[in-house]
Design a protein around this ligand. Structure first.
Ligand code: ZN
Length: 182
């Protein structure tokens, strides 16, 4: 459970990053902004701030903030119930996003959250900068992280049930899915 103090600290920092990026959120969207810690209890290390501004039958679009070094744990959006699974496109507005995918290793060792090496096995690294975007196909393991100045990212998703998401770390809790192995 995220503490109110951590929630407020992460949200304030995220709103500052969005303001600096030039992307404008309405007061209501700012108010609704959420902070996720994936049930891991260390939001500045493993966490994400999101403001959801489109949710239709077929699409979800959010602005997401990853603070410096803040990481979304390794996960997968698998096919389910005859659906392909979620397709996810990340486009960077400001800062740098480090995205990790299956494949050959990065030139340097990734900054895996402390004590969590067992749960971050992907080593192919893409460094995305403003105007760079990448589409993560359904059923592809991935994790990502804010660079030295964090990252503000537009995240575009096909509609999918997140309760089917799979996570490498068995400690990930809540309505975010179940455990899987890459
Ligand atoms: Zn994802």
């Amino acid at each position: 459970m995220i503490s109110p103090a951590d929630f407020d600290r992460a949200k304030k920092a995220a709103l500052d990053r969005i303001r600096l990026s030039g992307f404008v959120l309405s007061p209501a969207e700012q108010e609704r902004m959420t902070v996720l810690d994936f049930g891991l209890g260390n939001v500045m290390s493993e966490g994400l701030e999101t403001a959801h501004y489109l949710s239709s039958e077929r699409m979800d679009i959010k602005v997401c903030v990853l603070l410096r070094g803040q990481t979304v744990p390794q996960h997968l959006h698998p096919p389910y119930n005859g659906q392909m699974g979620k397709e996810e496109t990340l486009r960077v507005l400001s800062g740098c996003l480090r995205l990790y995918l299956p494949g050959e290793g990065a030139s340097s060792e990734p900054h895996v959250p402390e004590g969590k090496h067992a749960f971050y096995t992907l080593r192919r690294e893409l460094q995305l900068h403003p105007a760079d975007q990448y589409t993560i196909a359904p059923n592809t393991w991935h994790w990502f992280q804010g660079g030295p100045d964090g990252a503000v990212v537009l995240a575009h998703y096909t509609k999918a049930d997140d309760s089917f998401n799979q996570w490498t770390d068995p400690a990930v809790m809540g309505p975010v899915g179940r455990i899987g192995k890459p």
